[in-house]
Design a protein. Structure first.
Length: 468
């Protein structure tokens, strides 16, 4: 997938001018933020649960190599095959080889952000395979040829009328704007495809080392059909998704749905362990698990390590005033919002996503909402520091910061320049009390007036008040 994160500012400006998108984004506070707050309050000791979740994820990262090897051994002894992919290209190649090896022609998929990260559908389709998304939101996006704009509500940017137009154009059935009727229509189209498919592809919310299981949390039931009806199932997971025990998974199962959608538990919680047994009536004949690195092991020893705790709940997106204003597509790759502003530079390189760490007000709401207590503002600050250290900021900005830095190291000069600037501002705006345009701060004055002040610096005011 093309990375356009270096054009965040321009994309954000387009999002701001998109009235339909703004109406869709306005639903986020009630739909997600309030729902999470209610769920956390009903649970009672949610802060303790968050601390436990953070500890579980941190323990797993501390023993990642050991847990992954144990996961592989347990999965293999229950009949699964485990594959290791160093990057997205290798993951795609492995899935393609599995498909060829099993004579697969038709594939159904459940929602998986890691397959978006790999652009797996493009690779499979380029090889002549038919791939169908079966999560309703992802299905709509596949018809519309668009990317998800949210990690758990991929089609949040679209309204009912747009889906109606899309369905009537592609399904050639009577037009309906009733949501239940639209769901039923999609169900009737998709249901036969599960039975016709040779292979199902899913992601994994977690991997459980002690049983070699893949855990899935879904709300639509398509995940179960994808993973049990086709004769071959491929699950793809980032290597950081492993936890040690089913007990730890149970703790995270209390955290994830409450943080994501405000549900006490998602509609379907599925634990997939091994292939279909001799006495079992459903399940795949072949179960392949692809463990993707794609830069994650490099993060383990880096200052961005805490992002590996991420359980992809989307709470940081929902609570972020920037995401609430510009939506997900502006972030220019797979992962949007505060988590995306860390994951994207971490996985594709800071030079290709330099603008994302700037897309934050540092209000701290993302950290407050994060179920595994990832210090997102701190990680964003570290990335901002790196953009300066690696000279990735525009030359004009670097020059301005260097000049400011020089002045800040010379207090007398700083006081002189500040006093000069305070007087100039006062002269420019004394009539209105505001300055409407400033040559070096046009980005600010384009949408806000700048206070003219009283012609004195704070230091001068203090000195006068103290009689100095
Ligand atoms: S960073 Fe935290 S809040 Fe954001 S998606 Fe990951 S786990 Fe959820």
């Amino acid at each position: 997938m093309e990375v356009t994160s270096d054009k965040f500012r321009a994309a954000a400006a387009r999002s701001l001018a998109d009235t339909q998108l703004q109406r869709a984004l306005a639903r986020i506070p009630e739909r997600f933020v309030a729902a999470r707050a209610r769920a956390a309050a009903e649970f009672g000791e949610f802060e303790q649960l968050r601390a436990a979740g953070a500890a579980i994820r941190e323990r797993a990262l501390a023993r990642l190599d050991v847990l992954l090897e144990r996961f592989e051994a347990e999965a293999v002894c229950r009949g699964a095959s485990v594959h290791w992919a160093v990057d997205a290209a290798e993951a795609n190649r492995i899935v393609l080889d599995i498909a060829r090896g099993h004579g697969v022609r038709r594939i159904v998929k459940s929602k998986s952000m890691v397959t978006e990260e790999c652009a797996l559908n493009d690779a499979l389709e380029a090889a002549g395979l038919a791939v169908l998304e079966t999560d309703l939101g992802e299905y709509i996006l596949q018809l519309a040829r668009e990317r998800p704009s949210h990690i758990i509500a991929p089609v949040i940017h679209k309204n009912r009328e747009e889906v109606t137009e899309l369905f009537s154009a592609r399904h050639r059935r009577p037009r309906s704007t009733d949501i239940a009727a639209l769901c039923q229509e999609a169900r009737e189209i998709l249901r036969p495809q599960f039975f016709a498919a040779d292979m199902g592809i899913s992601g994994a919310n977690f991997l459980v080392a002690e049983t070699g299981s893949v855990a899935l949390f879904t709300n639509e039931g398509n995940g179960r059909l994808v993973t049990t009806l086709p004769r071959v199932h491929v699950a793809i997971a980032g290597i950081e998704k492993v936890v040690e025990t089913l007990g730890e998974l149970a703790a995270l199962a209390r955290l994830l749905p409450r943080s994501a959608t405000g549900q006490a538990i998602s509609n379907y919680f599925t634990l997939l362990t091994g292939v279909r047994g001799a006495t079992e009536s459903d399940g795949p004949e072949a179960f392949h698990i692809v463990l993707l690195d794609n830069g994650r092991s490099r993060l383990l020893g880096s200052e961005l390590r805490p992002i590996l705790r991420c359980i992809r709940c989307g709470a940081c997106l929902n609570h972020c005033p920037v995401y609430q204003t510009v939506g997900g597509h502006a972030y220019g790759w797979v992962y949007p919002g505060p988590m995306g502003a860390v994951w994207t530079p971490a996985l594709v390189g800071l030079e290709r996503a330099r603008e994302l760490p700037e897309a934050a007000t540092f209000c701290g709401q993302c950290q407050v909402a994060c179920p595994v207590m990832i210090p997102l503002p701190d990680l964003l600050r570290r990335l901002r520091t790196r953009t300066t250290a690696e000279h990735l900021r525009p030359a004009r900005e670097r020059l301005a910061l260097n000049l400011w830095g020089y002045a800040a190291r010379h207090p007398r000069l700083y006081a002189l320049l500040a006093a000069f600037a305070a007087r100039v501002l006062y002269r420019l705006g004394r009539r209105r009390g505001w300055v409407r345009w400033l040559p070096l701060a046009a980005g600010w004055t384009a949408t806000r007036d700048f206070p003219a002040g009283e012609g004195r610096t704070a230091r001068e005011v203090l000195r006068r008040e103290r009689g100095g």
